[in-house]
Design a protein around this ligand. Sequence first.
Ligand code: C5P
Ligand code: MG
Length: 161
Amino acid sequence: MTKYRSGLGWDSHRLVAGKPLILGGVKIPSEMGLEGHSDADILSHAITDAILGAAGLGDIGMHFPDTDPEWKDADSRKFLARAEKLACDAGFMVVNVDATVILETPKLSGHRDAIRKSLAECLKLEVNNCSVKFKTAEKVGPVGEGKSAEAQAIVLLTSKY
Ligand code: C5P
Ligand code: MG
């Protein structure tokens, strides 16, 4: 089996009033939040896809369909933990995660430590192997206009054997 495998993930959800903004399992104080079937945690979704992709195990919709009532308002850390377990069962372990959240407002840098800790706990990683970065879209496009937010992630897996 190949020793190292990388995987890429991306997600985007609409920003609406009256929904919570949850990123990496952390609730961020915000007037606008993310809309979706689950808790719409784009960061957890992007990392879940990156893990599944690296392990060659398909994508988030294949394992956790958004038509399934089990995942209605679900805590997306469940997806992350299950993806990690699936990768583990396939003979891999997560080496590190790097991710970017693109959101115009609010500022997220004050929540970086909490988000990294939450993700690291979920993925059984050291915090320093779990990186999260934040960007605006400079007021351009749907993200820049505050209509949506995006997350991108890359994950490295190593074979356990
Ligand atoms: O998008 P921009 O390059 O202006 O972002 C500058 C910095 O602002 C980022 O490196 C990040 O530390 C911070 N930021 C943030 N929360 C956001 C967007 C950016 O803390 N929603
Ligand atoms: Mg999603």
